[in-house]
Design a protein around this ligand. Structure first.
Ligand SMILES: [Mn+2]
Length: 337
């Protein structure tokens, strides 16, 4: 199995830090996706195999999606936000799948360096390398970075670890279809699915636990579609008022809308603007041409982050109309439209 050179270089350094620790803290990032949750669950199991304690906190999001109920170990996540943690109880914080301190907590953003040793393990191009030790490999998922680390550390891939790693790799790559993806990911997937053949049931469960509110949300979003800059940008937007009218909770705001928008020929960037709270707007973007339309550039210009193909931004104290204007103006400049 080919292992990425940067992972080979950092693997022994990170392992030495874990072995020195007595108690390790792990977190789910705000609005956690399966790569965030499955990666921390797999990491907790691996750390425990090494004979060391590990605690996962749920982080900013009050509820973890119903679709994740079948992830092995999900019940072990402690119901605490980052602000509720006493750092004195830990001597190492391993930060997974989080490109910036605001992905540890948006509500209670930590300041670095922290009072305890910190390690970042991530795959986001925009990662700010803010911890004491940073391992950022720009592959398809954090779970895939962990698969390689665990191989080097000789961690036994139990059925639970294998299922969590597989689900993180599968979902973050859109079902093995988003770049960067190559034979190495499939080699890893082959090893993991041999150990955890029940992966199909888990995928079915994730994809078939939708609420009707999440469909209302998609309906509102799609019917709001507008295009800008000669159709290069296709944008959907949903206001706080609309969320209230249909009683749509924050939990149901995940969607595939930006991907659907960028699937139209000529629409090179698909994006959705959601006013989650009055005048607080979350933007998710997808690119259909990562060479010409690297959306991480647009995100970083507004303090956001992500990858060339998928990125996000949060705006505070701005109206939907103003956010649209500033994004379109910046896109015009960045992409010479
Ligand atoms: Mn990820």
């Amino acid at each position: 199995m080919d292992i990425s050179p940067i992972i080979k270089e950092k693997a022994p350094i990170i392992l030495a830090e874990i072995k020195k620790a007595k108690s390790v803290l792990l977190h789910c990032h705000p609005s956690p996706d399966p790569d965030s949750v499955c990666s921390v669950l797999a990491m907790k199991s691996a750390i425990e195999q090494l004979g060391i304690c590990a605690t996962i906190i749920r982080g900013d999001s009050e509820i973890i999606s119903d679709g994740f109920a079948c992830f092995p170990g999900i019940d072990l996540i402690v119901d605490k936000s980052f602000g509720e943690v006493d750092l004195k109880e830990f001597d190492l914080f391993i930060i997974l799948d989080s490109g910036s301190p605001s992905m540890i907590s948006y509500i209670n953003t930590p300041v670095f360096p922290m009072a305890i040793k910190t390690i970042v393990i991530d795959h986001h191009k925009s990662n700010q390398l803010y911890a004491d030790i940073n391992l950022v490999d720009m592959c398809s998922s954090t779970a895939f970075v962990l698969f390689q680390l665990f191989t080097l550390w000789n961690i036994k891939l139990t059925k639970d670890i294998a299922l969590n790693l597989f689900i993180g790799m599968y979902t973050d790559s859109g079902g093995f279809k988003y770049a960067p993806i190559d034979y190495k990911v499939f080699e890893a997937a082959a090893i993991l699915t041999k150990i955890a053949p029940n992966f199909v049931d888990t995928i079915f469960y994730i994809e078939n636990t939708r609420s009707k509110e999440s469909l209302y949300f998609e309906a509102i979003a799609l019917s709001s579609m507008e295009t800008f800059l000669g159709d290069n940008i296709a944008m959907a937007s949903v206001s706080f008022k609309q969320l209230e009218e249909k009683h749509i909770p924050h939990d149901d705001l995940h969607s595939d809308i930006p991907n659907q928008l960028k699937s139209v020929v000529g629409c090179n960037i698909g994006m959705i603007l959601v006013e989650r709270e009055p005048r607080q707007i979350k933007v998710s973007m997808r690119s259909r041409d990562v060479e010409k339309f690297d959306v991480s550039k647009l995100a970083v210009a507004f303090g956001g982050g992500g990858h060339r193909a998928a990125a996000g931004i949060r705006f505070v104290d701005m109206s939907l109309e103003d956010v649209k204007k500033v994004i379109v103006a910046k896109a015009k400049e960045l992409y010479n439209l």
